[in-house]
Design a protein around this ligand. Sequence first.
Ligand SMILES: [Zn+2]
Length: 236
Amino acid sequence: MIIKKLQNIKKYFLDLLFPISCIGCGKADVWLCEKCLNNIPVNQKFFFPQAGDFFNSFSNSKTSSCELDGILIASSYENILLNKSIKIFKYNFAFDLSRPLGKILINFLRQFDLSEKDDFLIVPIPLHKKRFSWRGFNQSELLAEEIGTFFKIKTAAGILKRIKNTKPQTKLKRKERQKNVKNIFSISFSLPQETLYKKIILIDDVTTTGSTLREAAKILKKAGFKNVWGLVLAKG
Ligand SMILES: [Zn+2]
């Protein structure tokens, strides 16, 4: 309660010092107003790579491989407003942007049948603790919480742990990216058997080559999960 009050006071002064305005149109007091948010396009059932299908892969989980089943891409990095918003979200400590950005993921997921809520488990890509303390929040975890709350699907942020602090992927070439993320995750606790039958939706803000999501899927599949999909806002 006291912490919440202190956070509100801190927010009050921060807003006073650095007044926020819509990244798109400049409207006061919001990071992304409703109108600008609605101008960011949401993809129609878009996956990468094209192999596999979200529904089929989810229905015949017994035939799944040891790889990531696919990546769902909600929108496009070519949209300047989205591109800018993601960068401000991550690098300007604008954690409030998790709400509108989460909405983009929600609107994308609404095209799919997620009515069997117990079949799914949302897992955010974790940050290394060093980067977490620098940023103060994990952007993927905040997005995961938005989705989990909306669809009433369980979010399990504790399953994956990032054990290596790696260089940012954006500064590396494709081959180096794969090497950079090798063995960076561990499963942080022993999982109850029934969890393994759930379909995992891994959440990250963006993907470039998919290396990080693939590495996370590899360890989850090794642990016994049959179905692992990635979901991102955009492919950079
Ligand atoms: Zn606006």
